[in-house]
Every structure is written in structure tokens, then in C-alpha cells.
Design a protein around this ligand. Structure first.
Ligand code: PMP
Length: 428
């Protein structure tokens, strides 16, 4: 592959944008080399500035669940644009998407739209604190809930990729209110509860972790967490920024039959435009301004283009249950195919998969939490990543990320990918 134009564009970008990128993992720093620059994308494919084609397993880090440039979304955005791009005045469209989201997701009565997953999680925690009148929060090592201060404590995703899970700039005062538990280890939560009696406002969790690679919850882990939160009068927040409208219409709550008190959304809910949202029962949501004292706002929140895109995406997902079955089948097919190749070549690996989230950990043992995820062979991952890129397959440029399967992928694409793995693995 020739990456000439991308390399030149990156050099230029580096002069004006820190690291040449507007979000760190894009820079390829963790895997070495220079990032590709995207020119356009259609369906399962993304094309770079050198006109190389890649089968895309990032899908904008999750939103493009039905493939790139999904026609109903594109058409809706074009049509809305002609009527004005932002008003700062309520629109009928906001109620339409809110109504649909509330009907699809279990256990929520009201939803507020924001502009990113970060905002959604940050606001959800403030709401939980306001509702319970308690200060401390529990998060899990390796989970990522966006870049707001309270979450940059043993954070996953780019934070861990770049070795700053605890970022400078987060004050000790903020850090002391964020307590850390271990994913899939209910006893670690129990210990924190015992040591901080009546002080915990909320527990926030990725119901399926996706920011230390994909790590599904063990059987009963989420149910046990629900029970603990009930016993101690703690708000349970599901960060469904990745899993919402992806694992099922109603996300992880539906899939695992566990209710959260507050649910955060991002990615799919915006159809590829900058959207986040958080939602809960009436009694919790009514604490928010202007009804209640917990403040939260946004100049561009509920933006008509973003709402139009999100609405078409949710409508499409709501209209056809078969999409979720197909996504699961495709992901399973890829899993089996890659596993066979890695096994035949005696490559140490663990593949984690749930619904349309999957990741290949080059780790010997089961990967169930941050500690076991960090044991993966990172040098091998780097070689694998570049090998795959060269074969025309775009996976996330970090071992601490999940691959997102889109419904635009055909079985031909999946076979092409498995054949690419074979070519790459031969050279490892
Ligand atoms: N929560 C989770 C689970 C995420 O994966 C992410 C982003 N990858 C976020 C929150 C933050 O979302 P955003 O990047 O839109 O701010």
C-alpha cells in the first residue's frame, strides 16, 4: 500500500493540531507509523487520501452500525440542513427522537440529549450526586466514560493506550471522590461499600467493557451489582455509549435483563453526528434543570442535523429485529474464522465477543478485567495491526479497543478478512 498523501497530510496537521489529531488514538502512536487520512466511506469500506480501500472494523468507533453513508441518514441530514442548521429553540424533531428512544429502551421515562458520550456520563454522575445527595462514585479500572476529570482515574481506551490512565490536570480533590473497583469482581465493590458507608452516590459501569478490548460481564456480575446498589441506596449508571442500540434495541439492559437507574448513550444514537444522551425514570430526570436544581445545558444540544441523523438511525434499528441477529451471526462467523487461523498457527490468543463487539487479545489466559487485558502481547498486536492495514483491513490502532461490526459487512468481506489474518499470521 502507498500511504504517501496520508503521510504528507499528517506532517502538515502536526504543525497545527497537537499530535496531528483531534482525538489521541487516531495518531497511531501506540502502534507506530503514520495514520491514514480518510477521504470518504461507503457501506463497509473506508477510502484514504491515497485511494486505498479498507474494510472498516472501527466504524467511527461504533456509530456506523449500518455501514457508512447510510442513505436514510444522509438524506435526512441534507434535507434538514436546508431548513437551518441550529436554532437554540426547541424543535418537534427532539420530541420525536426522545419518544422513540424511550420506547426502545427499558426502564427509562425521559431522555436529555447532549453532544458527546463524555457529556452524557459527566452529566449522569452529577445527576446521581444531586439525586442521592452523596459525593463519591465507583468506577471500574479499565472502563472509559469520556474525558471528564472524575473519570480519568485508571481509565481505559486512549488514556491507557498512552500510559496516562490517571491524567495530570485532574486534581487530588476530584480524584479522591472516584473509587476504583475491578471489573467482574463483585467483592471489590463490596469492600468499597463497606469502607465508604452511606457516601457512594453511584456506580458507573460499561455493562460490556469495550475500552480495554472487549470484556463481557461474567454471569450474574451485573445482577449482583444491581442488588448491591439497591441495598445501599446507590444509583446504578450503565454507560451504554458503546452498547446502546448495538447489542439489542434496548441495549445491555435488555440483553442481560438488568435495569440501570441512569443510562448513558452516544455513538449509534447520533447516526454518526455528535450526539450523546442520558436517560432515567421520571423521579431522577425531574431533578434536572429547568424542573429541578441539578444544572446541565448545551448551546447545540438537540441540534436539528444531529437529531435528524439519530432519528433515522433509531428508526432503522427499531424496524427490523433481524439486524441484531445478523450482526451477531456475522461477528460469530468472524470469531470462528480468526480463531481457526490463530490456532492453526499456534498463536497465543483469547478472542472476546459479545453481540457485534469483538476483540482479539494476544493473551494466554482468559481476559476478564484490566489486569488480564494488560497482559496481552503488545508487540504482537502492533505487527498484527500493520499487517492487517497492509491487507486492506482497518482495525483499531490499539489493543485496548474493540472492533465494531457493521451490518454492511458481507460474508465475502468477512472471508477476505479471515484470509488477511492468515497472510499476516504467517509472517508473525
Ligand atoms: N463511554 C464509553 C463507554 C465510550 O466508549 C466512550 C468513547 N469511546 C465515551 C463514554 C465517551 O464518548 P465521547 O468520545 O463521545 O465523548
Amino acid at each position: 500500500m502507498n500511504y504517501q498523501r496520508s503521510s504528507a497530510l499528517f506532517k502538515e496537521a502536526e504543525q497545527y493540531i497537537p499530535g496531528g489529531v483531534n482525538s489521541p488514538v487516531r495518531a497511531f502512536k501506540a502502534v507506530g507509523g503514520t495514520p491514514i487520512f480518510a477521504k470518504r466511506a461507503q457501506g463497509a469500506y473506508v477510502y484514504d487520501e491515497d485511494d486505498n480501500r479498507y474494510i472498516d472494523y472501527i466504524n467511527s468507533w461504533g456509530p456506523m452500525i449500518l455501514g457508512h453513508a447510510f442513505k436514510p441518514v444522509v438524506d435526512a441530514v441534507i434535507n434538514r440542513t436546508k431548513q437551518g442548521t441550529s436554532f437554540g429553540i426547541p424543535t418537534a424533531l427532539e420530541t420525536e427522537i426522545a419518544k422513540l428512544a424511550v420506547s426502545m429502551v427499558p426502564n427509562i421515562d425521559k431522555i436529555r440529549f447532549v453532544n458527546s458520550g463524555t457529556e452524557a456520563c459527566m452529566s449522569a454522575v452529577r445527576l446521581a450526586r444531586g439525586f442521592t445527595k452523596k459525593d463519591k462514585i465507583i468506577k471500574f479500572a479499565g472502563c472509559y466514560h469520556g474525558h471528564s476529570d472524575a473519570f480519568l482515574i485508571q481509565a481505559g481506551s486512549g488514556a491507557v493506550t498512552f500510559g496516562s490512565p490517571n491524567s495530570p490536570g485532574v486534581t487530588k480533590g476530584t480524584a479522591k471522590d472516584t473509587l476504583l473497583a475491578n471489573y467482574n469482581a463483585i467483592d471489590s465493590v463490596k469492600s468499597l461499600l463497606a469502607a465508604n458507608k452511606d457516601e457512594i452516590a453511584c456506580v458507573i459501569i460499561e455493562p460490556v467493557a469495550g475500552n480495554m478490548g472487549c470484556i463481557p460481564p461474567k454471569a450474574n456480575f451485573l445482577k449482583d451489582l444491581r442488588m448491591l446498589c439497591d441495598t445501599h441506596n446507590i444509583v446504578l449508571i450503565f454507560d451504554e455509549v458503546m452498547t446502546g442500540f448495538r447489542l439489542a434495541k434496548g441495549g445491555a439492559q435488555e440483553l442481560f435483563n438488568v435495569n440501570a437507574d441512569i443510562v448513558c448513550f452516544g455513538k449509534v444514537i447520533g447516526g454518526g453526528l455528535p450526539v450523546g444522551a442520558f436517560a432515567a425514570r421520571h423521579d431522577i430526570m425531574n431533578c434536572l434543570a429547568p424542573l429541578g436544581p441539578v444544572y446541565q445545558a448545551g448551546t447545540l444540544s438537540g441540534n436539528p442535523l444531529a437529531m435528524a441523523a439519530g432519528l433515522e438511525m433509531l428508526k432503522a434499528l427499531n424496524s427490523d429485529q433481524a439486524i441484531f441477529n445478523r450482526l451477531e451471526e456475522k461477528t460469530k462467523y468472524l470469531h470462528k474464522g480468526i480463531e481457526k487461523v490463530l490456532r492453526n498457527h499456534a498463536i497465543t490468543h483469547t478472542i472476546n465477543r459479545l453481540g457485534s463487539m469483538i476483540s482479539v487479545h494476544f493473551a494466554e489466559d482468559e481476559v476478564v478485567d484490566f489486569e488480564t487485558a494488560a497482559l496481552g502481547n503488545n508487540d504482537r498486536f502492533k505487527q498484527f495491526f500493520h499487517g492487517m492495514l497492509n491487507e486492506g483491513i482497518y482495525i483499531a490502532p490499539s489493543a485496548f479497543e474493540t472492533w465494531f461490526i457493521s451490518d454492511a459487512l458481507t460474508y465475502e468481506d468477512l472471508d477476505f478478512t479471515i484470509a488477511a489474518v492468515k497472510n499476516v499470521v504467517k509472517r508473525l
